[in-house]
Design a protein around this ligand. Structure first.
Ligand code: OSB
Ligand code: MG
Length: 379
C-alpha cells in the first residue's frame, strides 16, 4: 500500500462577497489542493495558506516550496502507514504548518478510503478524551461575518444569517470598529450566541476596549493581542470576565497546554492548518479536554475539500462550541465538491458518512478554478 503520485493545484476561488478582517480584505481565495494517488485510491487535501503573509507568515508560494522540496520527497522516500506517521516524520521540518496540513489531510483521506472509513470515524478512533464517544450525525455550526461598511449593514448581515438557521454569530472587529459594533448587534439581538474576533489588532494598553464589551454576554473574545503572544493575553484574561480564545497564537498542542496553564485563554480555536494538521488537532483537543477547556473548529474559508475534514474533526467530543463551518454557498457560488455543505433550519450541518472526506470532488469545477498544476511521482 503506497502513494506514488502527488498533484498540487493552486486554485483561485472568487468569494460571493469580499471578506474583510483587521488584517485585510479577501476577494478571491487562493488555496492549494493536494491530490495523493496510489493503489487505485485518491486522497484529497487542502492547504489553507493565502496569497500574502497576513494571517500567518505562510503564503501559497512558501507552502508550494516546502511541499515540493521537502514534504513530498519525504513522503516518497519513506514507507508511511498512517497519517499520524506522516505528522511525526515531518516534525523535523520547522514550522510551515499549513504546508504540512495540506499534504497530511490528503493522506488522511487516502488512508480512510483504503480502510473504508469516514474521516469522522478515523479522527474519533485517535482521540482519547472520551473513548466510548458516539459520533453525532450533525453538528451545530456558526458563521463568521467580516467587517461591514456600517453597523447597520452588519446588523442586517446578522439578521440574514440568523434567518438561514445559524445559531452562533462571530463578528470581526478592529480598532475604531469594535464596541459600537457589539452594542449595535446586541441592541437588536439581545440573546443570540455572539463572539468577536480581533485577529491580533490590539495591544494590552487597549484593555479598556475589552472592558467595555465585558458586559455584552459574549461567548468569547478571539485573539485580541499579537499573533504569537501568550504572556500579554494572560494579563488581559485576568482583567476580564469574558473568556479569551486564542487562534493565531496556538501552533501546537504544546502551545495550547502553555496557554491554558498560564491562563492566557479559556477556550481554543482549532484550525487544523494552523497546527500542522489533523493528528496535531486531535492531540490539542485531548490536551484541552484534560484541562476542562472547550475547543471549537476555526475556518480559513475552505473549499468543500478542507471543509469536509474540518466538519469531521469537529465531531470530537470536546468541540463544545459551534465552529466557523458555514454552508458552501456562504463562501462560494459553486463549490468543488458534491454534495455541497448546507446548514439546516436548526443551524446544523450533516457530517459526511462515506469513506474519507465523504464528498465527491467535481472535476470540471476543480479544473475551472485551477491556476497552476504540478505532478510529482515516486521514482
Ligand atoms: O481569524 O478565524 C479567523 C478567515 C480567514 C482567516 C482568519 C479567520 C477567518 C475567519 C473565517 O474568521 C472563518 C470561516 O468561515 O472559514
Ligand atoms: Mg480568528
Amino acid at each position: 500500500m503506497s502513494i506514488d503520485r502527488i498533484e498540487l493545484r493552486l486554485v483561485k476561488m472568487p468569494l460571493v462577497a469580499p471578506f474583510e478582517t483587521s488584517f485585510g480584505v479577501e476577494v478571491v481565495e487562493e488555496h492549494i489542493i493536494v491530490r495523493a494517488d496510489g493503489d487505485g485510491i485518491t486522497g484529497w487535501g487542502e492547504c489553507v495558506a493565502s496569497e500574502g503573509p497576513w494571517y500567518s507568515y505562510e503564503t501559497n508560494r512558501t507552502a508550494w516550496h516546502i511541499l515540493r522540496d521537502f514534504l513530498i520527497p519525504l513522503t516518497f522516500e519513506n514507507e508511511i502507514h498512517s497519517a499520524p506517521e506522516f505528522s511525526q516524520l515531518t516534525a523535523r521540518v520547522r514550522g510551515h504548518n499549513m504546508a504540512k496540513a495540506g499534504l497530511e489531510s490528503a493522506l488522511w483521506d487516502w488512508f480512510a478510503k483504503a480502510q473504508n472509513k469516514s474521516l469522522a470515524q478515523m479522527f474519533n478512533a485517535q482521540q482519547t478524551a472520551q473513548p466510548d464517544f458516539i459520533l453525532p450525525e450533525r453538528i451545530a455550526v456558526g458563521v463568521s461575518i467580516g467587517l461591514q461598511a456600517t453597523p447597520r449593514a452588519l446588523v442586517e448581515q446578522v439578521r440574514g444569517y440568523l434567518a438561514e438557521g445559524y445559531t452562533r454569530i462571530k463578528i470581526k472587529i478592529k480598532p475604531g470598529h469594535d464596541v459600537a459594533l457589539v452594542r449595535a448587534v446586541r441592541a437588536e439581538f439581545p440573546n443570540i450566541r455572539l463572539q468577536v474576533d480581533a485577529n491580533s489588532a490590539y495591544r494590552l494598553s487597549d484593555a479598556d476596549i475589552f472592558r467595555a464589551m465585558d458586559d455584552a454576554n459574549l461567548l468569547l473574545i478571539e485573539q485580541p493581542l499579537s499573533n504569537d503572544d501568550i504572556f500579554q493575553h494572560s494579563k488581559l484574561q485576568r482583567e476580564l470576565k469574558t473568556a479569551l480564545c486564542l487562534d493565531e497564537s496556538i501552533h501546537s498542542a504544546d502551545d495550547a497546554e502553555a496557554a491554558l496553564e498560564l491562563g492566557a485563554c479559556r477556550i481554543i480555536n482549532i484550525k487544523p492548518g494552523r497546527v500542522s494538521g489533523y493528528a496535531e488537532s486531535i492531540k490539542l483537543h485531548d490536551v484541552a479536554a484534560r484541562r476542562g477547556a472547550a475547543v471549537w473548529c476555526g475556518g480559513m474559508l475552505e473549499s468543500g475539500i478542507g471543509r469536509a475534514a474540518n466538519v469531521a474533526v469537529a465531531t470530537l467530543p470536546n468541540f463544545k462550541l459551534p465552529g466557523d463551518l458555514s454552508a458552501s454557498r456562504r463562501y462560494y457560488k459553486q463549490d468543488i465538491v458534491e454534495p455541497e455543505f448546507t446548514v439546516d433550519a436548526e443551524g446544523m450541518m450533516r457530517v459526511p458518512t462515506g469513506p474519507g472526506i465523504g464528498v465527491a470532488v467535481v472535476r470540471e469545477n476543480l479544473d475551472a478554478v485551477t491556476a497552476s498544476l504540478q505532478v510529482f511521482r515516486r521514482n
